[in-house]
Design a protein around this ligand. Structure first.
Ligand SMILES: [Zn+2]
Length: 240
């Protein structure tokens, strides 16, 4: 790991301990350009860690400090996400400049880093999220090409594994937008954000097939509902 210092940080509110990891992509033309932005005091943006496509990890800001990556955001009633999160930037041109797969070297480095952070700060699997999860109306990173399923398989974050009962309950749930919205909020999504944006963010993270073969990313189907129910059960088990 290489130390490169960004001046863009302040103190976590009430000395909060990090309890979440928020993943981002840089969304810029090059890694160098992104790094310059994250280290320039004029921009007032930053992250704790920066992972290049070759797997190089830069440590920009100490975990104990509050980096500025989440912006206006919400998760489980918390709006000062920066005070409670570790921010990780993955180099990728993003939807605007040429979104592409996250390669093996970068993913392997990310998994190693996240495992260390989980161990160090006792972070719950359900609290490993994308920027789009905490800011669904504004953000799309790290996006539908990010392999959350693999991450979970390697011990980082949650991936839904619906059982028979979830699919049975899902059949009723898809007919009731109010209930689905309520359960998305129970999982952590902002209940005041536009429903269509929350559903799209949920799909980006937990049902990326929606962006390829299965039609509209903003449309709830039985798999959406079954996966949501499975996640709620898994998150609840981790909390108790
Ligand atoms: Zn972001």
């Amino acid at each position: 790991m290489i130390d490169v210092t960004s001046p863009n940080f302040d103190q976590r509110i009430n000395n909060a301990k990090p309890s979440m990891i928020i993943l981002h992509y840089t969304g810029m033309g090059s890694a160098l350009e992104a790094l310059e932005v994250l280290c320039d005091p004029v921009n007032k943006v930053s992250a704790h860690y920066f992972i290049d496509e070759d797997g190089t990890v830069l440590d920009l800001i100490p975990d104990a400090k509050r980096a500025w990556h989440a912006g206006i955001s919400f998760w489980k009633g918390e709006t000062d996400i920066n005070s409670h999160a570790i921010g990780v930037e993955l180099v990728n041109k993003g939807h605007e400049f040429g979104y592409h797969d996250f390669g093996e070297a970068q993913m392997a480095a990310l998994i190693t880093l996240c495992r260390e952070l989980i161990e160090r700060h006792k972070i719950l699997p359900a609290n490993i999220l994308g920027h789009s999860d905490v800011a669904p109306e504004r953000k799309t990173d790290p996006g539908e090409l990010f392999d959350w399923k693999r991450l979970a398989r390697e011990g980082v974050g949650l991936w839904p594994d619906p059982i028979e009962e979830d699919f049975e309950a899902a059949a009723d749930l898809v007919k009731n937008e109010y209930s689905t919205q309520h359960l998305l909020a129970e999982y952590g999504y902002n209940p005041l954000a536009a429903y269509i944006d929350v559903v799209t963010a949920f799909h980006r993270h937990f049902y990326p097939e929606k962006f390829t073969q299965d039609g509209l990313p903003s449309e709830v189907d039985e798999t959406t509902a079954a996966r949501l129910l499975a996640l709620l059960r898994a998150a609840h088990q981790d909390e108790t």
